[in-house]
Structure formats: C-alpha cells, structure tokens
Design a protein around this ligand. Structure first.
Ligand code: WT7
Length: 572
C-alpha cells in the first residue's frame, strides 16, 4: 500500500536540507556559540539568559506568563536580574554551593523559572517536581537525591515529610504571610531586597545541571542526571526541529516537572533567545486556543493526548479563534496517530511534526523537520549528528523493515550523564558495542524513517506521562485490603494508555465498587493523580512466576484477549 506523505512546506527554515546537513554536520560547529570555547567554563543559565540580556535582546520579552490571576511579562534583562537575586538568596540563606541539590516543587509561575535559573547560576543541580506529586512520590525523590534546599508553596509543603528528610536543611516558601523559622524562609521577602549582582559559578561542561526522576518497569523512579553540555544539542534542536527564529513566540505546554518542560520549556527556547509563553492552570480547550490567539503563538509544542482532547472538544470551538499566527506545530511523548495529523491539516492547515526522545536522552533524537516530507505515523529521521538503528537483542543491526530495539549510538551531546546513586542502572542501558537501548521497539523503512511500535518493557505511557507499574503496585500493596496487585497499560483512544490494576484482596475483604473507589483514591493521594488506576479488576489470584513475580504479560493478554504465550515459569 502506498502511504500518503505530506510534502515539505516552502519556507525559510533553519534546517534547509536534511540530507546535506546529515552528511556534513559536526557537533563541534555548535560549540563556538558558547562561552567555554573561550574560557573552558560554562553555565547554562548564563547562556540561556544573561548572554541575551547583554545584547540587542536586552528588552526583548523572554517570558510571557499567564494563569487565572496573573498576566505578566519579563524581558531577558529582568530575568537576568531576578535570577541573580534568587541566586543570592540561595547562597546567603540556603548555603547553596556547586553540586548541591535544590528541588523545586511548585505550580508553574514566574518564580519557578527564576528560582531554577538562580540555582543553576550557583552550579547547583535542580530537581523539578511535578505539582501533582503526593507525599510518597515527593519523599522518594528528595530522599534519593539528598536534596539540601527545597522551594515550594504553602499548599504543597503539606505533602513534604520534612521530619523524614535529614538532608533537607532549608525550605523556601513562595507565598504571602509566611511564618518563618530556622528552616522555613519567605523566598519573596529575601528576593525583594537581594542584590541583582551575582558572581556566577562557572562550571565544567560535565557538571550536574538537572535531575529528572523517571520510571522504569522495576524499582523506584530513577534520577536521570543531565549536565551543562546538554546545551549544545538543546540549542541546535531548538533551531532545527522547533525552527525557532528571532520573531517567534513559542509555547510549550509541558510542565518543567517533565523533561519536555525543561529541555524545551526553558533551555531550548532561551538558548536561542526566543520569547517563551508559559501558561499555568488546568487544561481547557477554549483557554488553549485563546492562548495561541492572545499571544500570537507562532511555534507550538504539545502532545498527542492534548491534541486528541482538543479534537474531542470539536471543531466548532476553533472557529471562534484566529489561529492564523501558527507557523509550526510539534508533538512529543506518545505515538502521534495519523488521524491527529489529518485533523491538524484540517483545522490549522498545518502539519504536526512528531518528535521522539526520552528523559534519558535530554533532547530530540528522531524528528520530522519542516523541510522534509512527513509520513504520517512515522517519528521521522535522526537529527544530524545522531546515529539511530534497529538492533536485535544481541546488539546486531537489523535491515530495514525489521522490528527490533530502537537504539542510538552513544555520545550525543545531551545524553544523560548518570543515574543518581545507581551506576549499574546507567550501565544497563548500553551494549558493549556502544548502542544506547531505548526500551522502545520500532522499525526503520527503506527511506530511513523510523516507526514506533511500542515499549519493550512494561512502562506505561498515559496522557504522555511515564508511569512505572512497579510504583503503582507498591502503593496498592500498602492498602490494608490488598494482597496482590498487578498493573498494566490498557490501550485508550484519548490517553494512549490508561492504568489498569488487577487486585487480589486479603481474606476478610469484600469486593465492591466502594472499595475500588477507595483503593483508587489511596493511590491518588499517596502517589499522584495520574498514577491512580482508572480501572480496577478484582481477581482471586494473580498470575505469578515461581519466584513470585507478577506476570504482567499474562494480565495484558487477559485484558486484550490475546494468547498468553509461554507459561512455563508460572506457578501452579
Ligand atoms: C518514552 C519516553 C521526551 C519527552 C516525553 C516523554 C515515548 C516519546 C514519542 C513519540 C512514540 C514516544 C517512548 C519513549 N515516546 N516520544 N514521538 N512517539 N512514543 O519522555 O517520559 O522519558 O518517556 O516516551 O516510549 O521511550 P519520557
């Protein structure tokens, strides 16, 4: 069957010819952009903000911010001054030094960005925490990272078990009427009076920058450490893939609690000196279209689940808005269905460009570019400077059209530096032959386009968020009624997958809808709303291996009415 491809669209793009660049490009060419080419040292926050504040971009808007109660804008010069102030506050009142972990647990607001940049200017490692995390999730992350400083709000502070976190020395609270003592300080009060001159900590390219916790199929969430060197690729992909240009107004809908919200919500746009729109609050289709119209957004980066929700809200709403400002639309996080691409053509008259990458990869790896043909359903081609392949379980490259492990040749600039406190986990990502194994299965067609097929492991992608079944199972087991729990991703037309839990109850507990609701709520308040199973099914017993491991593969087969496969390891 011949696929209907979408031809490239004429325009003056940063990436003019994919093929030419793929054969000629060298990452060394990008390094000249940044200060280390002269001094050997660097700092991400300086390159993202101060560098522009010292040029013609001084009075250009760096940040447009809006939520239900605020509507503000900040120039590059203002962001420079405010982040310097934040840095001074961290230094003077939090004793923050290079390498310390500063965690930020708050909803999107200008203060979140200012605090993040301020901490980076001191050479600290920032750990962003998604605002929906509940106590268990917050504790795991602060404990593993041994965070020294936390920035949070009075509401979210209630979810921080401070007594159980001996490494945590200072908590800066962002809000009004803050009651202070030795440990709890009013952030804004000190920022107000702090000096706007700060001595930046110049670091090496391989020094820690940001710690993102993400889920695997086993164990607790792991801390993926990225270093300042990531800027090379974040800058270059913001140019080639996001195609950011001087006049653009850019909106990335992701929260900085996830990697998209830092790599392309903070670093990419600001490294390129772009005006960045940040919107707080909940998802409402009307508000989203209004954001595009009000700010005249030209480049929009979102996710398939969001597009599908907008699709579901109907095309009538769209007619109320003038969205002709949109120039370039992109997607990440889950498979972008051809149906969504067709919808994008119909309602925006724009191609939606899929991009593939992961928390661990720090920046884009396989993408669709404005200058190239799109094959709907394909993630596109590797960015210049990156080698991708499909390999078998022994690490051998497979020919086109064969399904296997999607792998990337080690050494791209934004590759994670390590897994916090877990070198063995880090090592387990790589084959001795130098391939990084993504955990995704895919194939490459004869034209070099990559096609996503699924996760190799049991990791669940729900509404673009990565959830480890083990974490949910562990939380379920803490519930007094639960004897056994197994968690799978169940295909869902809007969310990609939803979380489904199979639960066996302890003796003496009765199956009921009320109990289901209670168990669901238990995960919601203990872990996070997006990690709570939308479906719970009671079973007398769950399929286990003889060593007692829940066989999720069998649960999935039950759910989808598929053959259960080899059951030789299953207990009787
Ligand atoms: C996993 C990584 C990188 C930001 C968002 C997610 C899935 C990512 C795509 C895509 C199909 C995708 C993969 C990957 N994924 N992009 N374009 N098409 N699947 O980051 O939370 O680290 O999750 O997201 O399964 O392994 P993450």
């Amino acid at each position: 069957m011949k696929l209907v491809t979408l031809p490239s669209v004429k325009g003056d793009y940063n990436l003019k010819s994919y093929e030419d660049m793929y054969t000629s490009f060298d990452w060394k060419d990008v390094e000249r952009e940044f200060s280390w080419s002269e001094t050997g040292k660097v700092n991400m926050a300086y390159e993202a903000i101060d560098r522009h504040a010292n040029t013609f971009r001084k009075n250009k808007v760096a940040l447009y911010y809006r939520d239900e109660t605020r509507n503000e804008k900040y120039t590059f010069k203002e962001m420079k001054d405010l982040s310097n102030k934040a840095g001074n506050v961290f230094k003077a009142y939090g004793n923050v030094e290079k390498g310390d972990r500063v965690f930020i647990f708050m909803p999107r607001s200008p203060e979140l960005y200012i605090a993040t940049l301020g901490a980076i200017k001191l050479g600290a490692i920032v750990g962003p925490l998604f605002e929906a995390f509940m106590e268990g999730a917050v504790k795991d992350r602060l404990e593993d990272s041994e965070a020294k400083v936390l920035v949070t709000t009075p509401e979210l502070l209630k979810r921080v078990p401070v007594d159980q976190l001996p490494a945590l020395k200072t908590i800066f609270i962002v809000g009004s009427d803050i009651e202070e003592d030795d440990k709890y300080l009013d952030f804004l009060k000190y920022v107000k009076t702090a000096s706007k001159d700060l001595e930046i900590e110049w670091v090496d390219r391989t020094d820690g920058l940001i710690l993102h916790y993400t889920s695997g199929s086993t164990g607790k969430p792991k801390g993926v450490l990225h270093v300042h060197n990531a800027m090379i690729q974040q800058y270059q992909t913001a140019k080639w893939v996001l195609d950011l240009q001087e006049e653009d107004i850019y909106w990335c809908t992701a929260d900085p609690g996830w990697v998209t919200g830092t790599s392309y919500g903070i670093f990419g746009p600001w490294l390129t000196g772009t005006s960045n729109v940040i919107v707080g609050g909940r998802f409402k289709p009307e508000d989203w279209y209004k954001t595009i119209e009000d700010f005249s957004v030209t480049v929009w980066y979102s996710a398939p689940t969001a597009f599908r929700m907008l699709m579901g809200a109907g095309d009538e709403i769209i007619k109320k808005f003038d969205l002709s400002c949109l120039r370039h639309v992109l997607s990440v996080g889950e498979p972008l269905n051809p149906e969504v691409i067709r919808w994008g053509m119909k309602v925006f008259n724009k191609r939606i460009h899929d991009t593939w990458w992961m928390t661990e990869t720090g920046a884009h790896l396989i993408c669709n570019y404005p200058c190239m043909e799109i094959k709907p359903g394909s993630m596109g081609k590797p960015i210049p400077g990156v080698e991708a392949a499909i390999i078998d379980d022994q690490g051998n490259e497979l020919p086109p059209n064969r399904m296997g492990n999607l792998a990337i040749k080690k050494g791209w600039p934004s590759m994670m530096h390590t897994i916090w406190n877990n070198q063995a986990k880090y090592d387990s990502y790589f084959f001795p032959s130098g391939w990084y194994v993504s955990g995704d299965s895919a194939y490459m067609d004869e034209d070099g386009y990559f096609w996503f097929q699924g996760r190799v492991d049991d990791v669940i992608m729900t509404s673009g968020e990565r959830v480890g079944p083990f974490e949910v199972e562990s939380k379920l087991l803490e519930h007094p009624a639960v004897a056994e729990a197994g968690v799978i991703g169940k295909p869902d037309p809007v969310r990609g997958e939803i979380i489904k839990a199979f639960v066996a109850l302890l003796e003496g507990y009765e199956e009921s809808d009320e109990l289901k609701g209670e168990i669901r709520q238990f995960v919601k308040t203990g872990l996070a709303a997006h990690a709570a199973p939308r479906e719970i099914e009671f079973r007398d017993k769950l399929p286990k291996t003889r060593s007692g491991k829940i066989m999720r593969r069998v649960l999935k087969a039950w759910e989808l009415d598929l053959p259960t496969g080899d059951l030789s390891t299953m207990e009787d």
